[in-house]
Design a protein around this ligand. Structure first.
Ligand SMILES: [Zn+2]
Ligand SMILES: [Zn+2]
Length: 233
């Protein structure tokens, strides 16, 4: 028994995805890490949409988002969608490590300007009670630890329930988000990074960025793990 305990102590934990190879990076083995669906194309500096040339996409040139830049290093594809669903709905908390690990790597390699603090997309207290955890705050904790940037987990509050953005017409999307979020303190002169799990239309992040800037933030960056291919905002 003592020998088995000692073996567990010296053997590195196995990969969260294949359960076969030893962990190499943030919970994954080398192979599983390399097979993650990293977006290889250049990405729009404003909204992280994949482009054929580096720069800012046409949509952001016409109507720039309120946030100042966005990173989303992975495509929302296998196994990232499964990892996020397992974290979100089945409370497989260990998947927050590789998700945050990918984000930390992207922030470092893209030489993102270092924010003063991190915050995360909030949930209503009712939704939180139902689900049991806010996956964005959970991911943000690991990002905060990885980069040594403080996380202000209670900075934002979601005041009322909103419908799933994807189920709404373009016209109803904005009214769905109106007055849904609040910021609990002044942020005069601060640079904030907002953490979310998936970047789809960016409408929620845009609305929260408005709230953060109204509270005095001078710059808001959006750090998400994965981007869906959907292009409308
Ligand atoms: Zn593996
Ligand atoms: Zn763009």
């Amino acid at each position: 028994m003592a020998g088995r305990a000692a073996l567990q102590w010296i053997t590195p934990p196995c990969c969260l995805l294949c359960y076969d190879q030893p962990e190499s990076r943030s919970g994954l083995c080398r192979d599983c890490w390399q097979k993650l669906p990293f977006i290889r194309d250049p990405q729009c500096l404003s909204c992280a949409r994949a482009l054929t040339h580096p720069g800012i996409c046409g949509q952001c040139q016409q109507r720039p988002p309120v946030y100042d830049s966005a990173i989303a290093p992975l495509a929302y594809d296998n196994p990232v969608n499964e990892m996020l669903c397992a974290l979100k709905y089945r409370q497989h908390l260990s998947f927050a490590r590789p998700i945050a690990g990918v984000m930390v790597d992207a922030v470092v390699t893209q030489r993102q300007k270092r924010p003063d603090m991190l915050c995360a997309v909030p949930m209503t207290s009712r939704a939180l009670r139902k689900r049991g955890l806010n996956q964005s705050i959970f991911i943000a904790r690991f990002v905060s630890r990885g980069l040594g940037i403080p996380l202000c987990a209670a900075l934002l509050k979601k005041i009322r329930h909103t419908d799933q953005q994807s189920a709404l017409s373009a016209k109803n999307r904005q009214s769905n988000l109106d007055n849904a979020f609040a910021c609990r303190r002044r942020l005069d002169g601060r640079h904030v990074a907002l953490i979310d799990d998936i970047l789809t239309t960016g409408a929620t992040a845009n609305e929260i960025s408005k709230i953060l800037k109204a509270a005095g933030a001078v710059r808001v960056d959006l750090w998400a793990c994965a981007r869906t291919a959907r292009s409308s905002r």
